[in-house]
Design a protein around this ligand. Structure first.
Ligand code: AMP
Length: 443
């Protein structure tokens, strides 16, 4: 079936009305591929990352089912369970359900840890159709008898790869044991590793697999650059990059919670509105930080991978990898925060001498070499210590005035680009401070 518009999908009127209100005109590829199968009651494996419209891909057919086959909400006995690895993502999924289901009569509850269970139990007791939950708190409430899953009609596992990365497999198995045999199962994951495929065998019945290729859809819209910089020069370089006029809203990724805090504090001291979000903060503090970012009260969100999972804020113009991720897949997740819904975005990865291996792993995954911040290719044999120093120099506030965008945050011809591939002859170039120096490309 060739799906071009939402009208082709024959969704209930109440849902069509919500889509119109949201000004959604055409289904995204994952929606066009998955929704027809889901409406037929098939199990679906969706290989898609955040930013592709995957939430609506499962929420719309589920809401259609609730709208066309209404039933009274029962205490603690949902018809639909959506499992999410993080609280942020759970809240976002619940928000999406509310948006798409604004004209459908149904009830939902969001269940996650780190806060009192009191209001969650109350909303379950009032009767629910849809429960969006993180695994830990759901198990607590299952054990306490506040929720039963035996009437479940649809089970959605979102971001399954992340779920396994976070060590939720035992929790998942426990929850799966509670599910009724007869149900529709929907399984979404950015990657389909052998471990993931093993899990799908336990969960799904004769599934259809639909996939949207992450690198070619959203990620290709993103201008991806690398800045070679010594570790100690990263903060200064960051400040310079973030001060570029076209940086409207940026997410900066760090490896550790501690460094997320220190980077955010340093930026604040330098007069850049920034806030940190990571797992050590209370749920309320994380939500507050996100709200401030969403409402543009702060321009820069400094985050760890786990905390930023599922972060869905429109208009993020830039992503900076202050530290490179250890797992290359996280690179794709990280940069996917920008370039959403067809918008252009820019991602800059800082790479110190100790992070070359991570950079290569990322480049293998995305299938190409990143350009340097000045738009030139990396030196054929990898950056030399000179490139690092030049990256560092980019962070020097006394460096030449900016030219444009990110490349502007440092001099171009006379830094790392001077060593660019193909120019093998010893040449004389002008260094940053105006002195002439010899540059001898390696190799
Ligand atoms: P998701 O991948 O579910 O996180 O969705 C990414 C973003 O795309 C969200 O901000 C959605 O509101 C938006 N979106 C999803 N589907 C569509 C659509 N068909 N048309 C326009 N925007 C959409």
């Amino acid at each position: 079936m060739n799906i071009k518009t939402f009208a082709d999908l024959d969704l209930d009127k109440s849902i069509q009305k919500a889509l119109l209100a949201e000004n959604y005109q055409t289904p995204t590829p994952i929606q066009a591929q998955a929704i027809p199968h889901l409406l037929q009651g098939r199990d679906v494996i969706g290989s898609a990352q955040t930013g592709t419209g995957k939430t609506a891909a499962f929420a719309l057919p589920i809401l259609h089912q609730l709208a066309t086959k209404p039933r009274r909400a029962q205490t603690g006995t949902p018809r639909v369970l959506v499992l999410s690895p993080t609280r942020e993502l759970a809240l976002q999924i619940a928000e999406s359900f509310k948006t798409y289901g604004q004209f459908v009569h149904y009830r939902q509850a969001v269940i996650y840890g780190g806060v009192s269970q009191h209001s969650q139990v109350r909303s379950l007791d009032r009767g629910v159709h849809v429960v969006v939950a993180t695994p830990g708190r759901l198990i607590d409430l299952l054990d306490q008898g506040h929720v039963q899953l035996d009437q479940l009609e649809a089970f959605v596992l979102d971001e399954a790869d992340r779920m396994l990365d976070m060590g939720f497999l035992p929790a998942l198995k426990r929850i799966i044991r509670e599910l009724p045999e007869e149900r529709q199962s929907l399984f979404f994951s950015a990657t389909l590793s052998p471990k993931i495929m093993e899990l799908t065998k336990q969960l799904l019945n004769d599934p259809v697999t639909v996939s949207v290729d992450p690198p070619s859809s959203s990620v290709d819209m993103i201008d991806q650059r690398v800045a070679f910089v010594e570790h100690g020069g990263k903060r200064e370089l960051l400040k310079n990059l973030l001060e570029a006029p076209d940086v409207e809203r940026a997410v900066v990724f760090t490896k550790t919670k501690r460094s997320a805090n220190t980077v955010a504090e340093k930026l604040l001291r330098q007069g850049i509105r920034a806030t940190a979000i990571h797992g050590n903060k209370s749920q309320n503090a994380r939500q507050r930080a996100l709200d401030e970012f969403r409402r543009s009260r702060v321009k820069v969100l400094v985050a760890t991978d786990v905390a930023a999972r599922g972060l869905d804020v429109d208009g993020i113009t830039h992503v900076v990898n202050f530290d490179l991720p250890l797992e290359p897949e996280n690179y794709v997740h990280r940069i996917g925060r920008t370039g959403r819904a067809g918008a252009e975005g820019m991602a800059v990865s800082f790479c110190s001498a100790g992070e070359r291996r991570e950079l290569r792993a990322i480049e293998r995954l995305i299938g190409r070499r990143l350009l340097m911040v000045n738009g030139e290719p990396q030196p054929e044999n990898g950056p030399t210590s000179k490139d690092d120093r030049s990256g560092n120099r980019q962070g020097n506030p006394k460096s030449k005035p900016r030219r444009n965008r990110w490349q502007s945050s440092g001099p171009s011809k006379n830094n790392s680009a001077g060593n660019s591939a193909g120019k093998r002859k010893r040449r004389r170039v002008k260094s940053n401070n105006g002195e002439r120096q010899n540059v001898k490309p390696k190799g």
